[in-house]
Write a protein that binds this ligand. Sequence first.
Ligand SMILES: [Mg+2]
Length: 252
Amino acid sequence: MLKAILFDLDDTLLDWRGFNQEWPSFEQQFLRRTFDYIGQVASPLADFDAFVTEFRYRTREAWQSGRGNLIAPNLGTILLETAEVLGAARGVLTAEGCLTAYEWGAVPGTVIFPGVPETLTTIRQHGIETAIVTNASQPMWLRDQELKQHGIFDYFPKCRVSAADAGYLKPHPAIFEHTLKQLGIKPDEAVFVGDNPIADIAGAQAFGMQAVLRVSTPVPPMLSGLIVPDAAINGLPELLPILDGWYPGWRN
Ligand SMILES: [Mg+2]
């Protein structure tokens, strides 16, 4: 019996194609606010450029090792460690404080894909829970601001999981386990929808869920035939007829 649909966030619900800036220069504004916060709360750091360089180095390292061991990078930890390694007094700052100052929100140029709110409304109207599972390094409370600004926060009242919260990146089973535990359901009661063949499709299937590929970018040829989604869609509204086929009567 279908009880919940789990969605990846980036490039599944949220369209990043309109974001056309260089990430390092775009990110400076967030890092500047955290840098200023550190100066106010702990001790002023000498050099913003050194802060940025150290932050980037630590971020790169965290993602590089994360790709191997699937331990999730955590933006709050990285900011805190960057501050402390550059001389901020230990025990004064918190990861939460660094992240609050970072002040993440909806990124200019990003939009919710067409048909997303309507599809989520239909699913929820029929008593099926909806959840988000994202490979983000930001804790979910920070990305919640972004969901609110995009107007989709209320579609996920019960369960929103970021890798930073779960401790592991998709496709590691721990993040799927963490999510289904929050929902109180079993894998065969959930469908996963995502755009990444390895993280979303292979990960969800290995955990016992049906997985729907949201086709947003061409699938690398080397994966073709190795990872086979249970269904593929070009837009979220196409999910509804697939559910009709898999779970006749789910709308009753
Ligand atoms: Mg994605």
